[in-house]
Design a protein around this ligand. Structure first.
Ligand code: ADP
Ligand code: MG
Length: 350
């Protein structure tokens, strides 16, 4: 088969699972990693270690594969555009550009009829910050526009901590109104030229702004479920998605859905699809790039996916005896670092 090489920017666990899915479908994977040790190292066919901004290396990377994808949206957009001059990237630069910047993302989402995010203000100075915080009754979150993940670059604001930010460099920040949500859910959509599919909503539990666990099915009504799916397809269509897009949502106490953020790639809350669906989010990413034929997932049963964060990882050997465990092969344990996950199938008693 020709055109069977996939270049993946980033070699973390999402890249690792993409390599594994690629191999099953006889696709060769080439990973571009900025670090020497990375999760996908053992699973890719080739790798290149380089700063994402090194254009010489990027040109070598471009020559080494036929199609390209990302496992993190935190890649300089100029590099994606550079690759796109020669080869196709999934999703395309326009999708990545919107979802890597919270301000662009929020503007885009609120421009779609029927889609809303929480209220927000762009912040450029302490004065802006004070006024905007007041307008939100001091219940808000300061977030960096770019490069944030797992709650990094976020500061919860209250009436008493405003002054801490007096000397703060507000370049590239927004302030979001705090959402007193009932639940968090997410939907993963995959789109190719001819078809679109979705994974049903999962419910997400975060602790300290890091995803702790996701479970299927989400405990939501049929109405909310179908509204969440309709909204997800609307977003995927409006952004002209090619590839995978995860849509994180808040469900309010009055059942209104607000979109929290988009991730233009396989998502942590979609890991469950590897165990509880016949075709995972990673499999369908490969299908969308190479086969143009998506497989709507058949769900085999209830599932609970639990992340192993920081020292949780020390439990992995005992967990292995009972559950399906995934090791991300990270070089060292760090607080707040996702080290692995495990899955409990067909059981929702918790
Ligand atoms: P990240 O890119 O780090 O995932 P998010 O914006 O998704 O950033 O924030 C991480 C988590 O923090 C969310 O899943 C949610 O639990 C909480 N959070 C973020 N923004 C808000 C908000 N405006 N109101 C309430 N909780 C929030
Ligand atoms: Mg998030």
């Amino acid at each position: 088969m020709k055109n069977n090489r996939l270049g993946i920017i980033g070699g973390g666990q999402l890249g690792m699972f993409t390599c594994i899915a690629a191999k099953k479908k006889k696709i060769e994977s080439v990973v571009l990693s900025e670090t020497n040790e990375f999760s996908a190292k053992k699973f890719c066919d080739k790798y290149l270690i380089s700063d994402f901004k090194n254009l010489n290396d990027i040109d070598k990377f471009i020559d080494s594969a036929d199609y390209f994808t990302i496992e993190t949206e935190n890649v300089p957009i100029s590099i994606i555009q550079h690759i796109e001059k020669k080869k196709k990237v999934f999703p395309c630069s326009k999708v990545i550009e919107i979802s890597q910047n919270r301000l662009k993302e929020k503007k885009f989402l609120n421009s779609i009829t029927g889609i809303r995010t929480t209220e927000y203000h762009e912040i450029r100075s302490f004065e802006d910050f004070k006024n905007a915080s007041k307008s939100f009754s001091y219940k808000c979150i300061l977030k960096s526009k770019e490069l944030g993940y797992d709650g990094k670059g976020q500061y919860k604001i209250n009436k008493n901590n405003l002054d801490i930010f007096k000397e703060f460099n507000f370049k590239n920040f927004i302030l979001e109104k705090f959402v007193d949500f009932k639940k968090e859910i997410s939907v993963v959509v995959v789109k190719s030229k001819e078809s679109s599919i979705h994974y049903p909503p999962v419910e997400n539990i975060h602790k300290k702004s890091i995803l702790r666990e996701s479970f299927y099915p989400a405990k939501i009504s049929k109405e909310i479920e179908s509204e969440a799916i309709i909204k997800s397809f609307e977003i995927a269509n409006q952004i002209s998605l090619n590839g995978v897009l995860a849509i994180e949502m808040f469900i309010l106490k009055n059942n209104q859905i607000l979109i929290n953020e988009l991730a233009p790639r396989p998502h942590n809350s979609g890991h469950w699809s590897m165990d509880a669906c016949n075709e995972s989010q990673y499999d369908n990413l490969i299908n969308s790039i190479f086969f143009n034929e998506l497989k709507p997932p058949k769900v085999i049963g209830k599932c609970r996916m639990i992340n192993l964060i920081g020292n949780d990882y020390k439990k992995i050997d005992s967990l292995k005896k009972k559950y399906r465990c995934y090791d991300y092969f990270k070089k060292e344990i760090r607080d707040s670092r996702k080290m692995g996950h495990y899955v409990i199938l067909d059981q929702l008693n918790f």
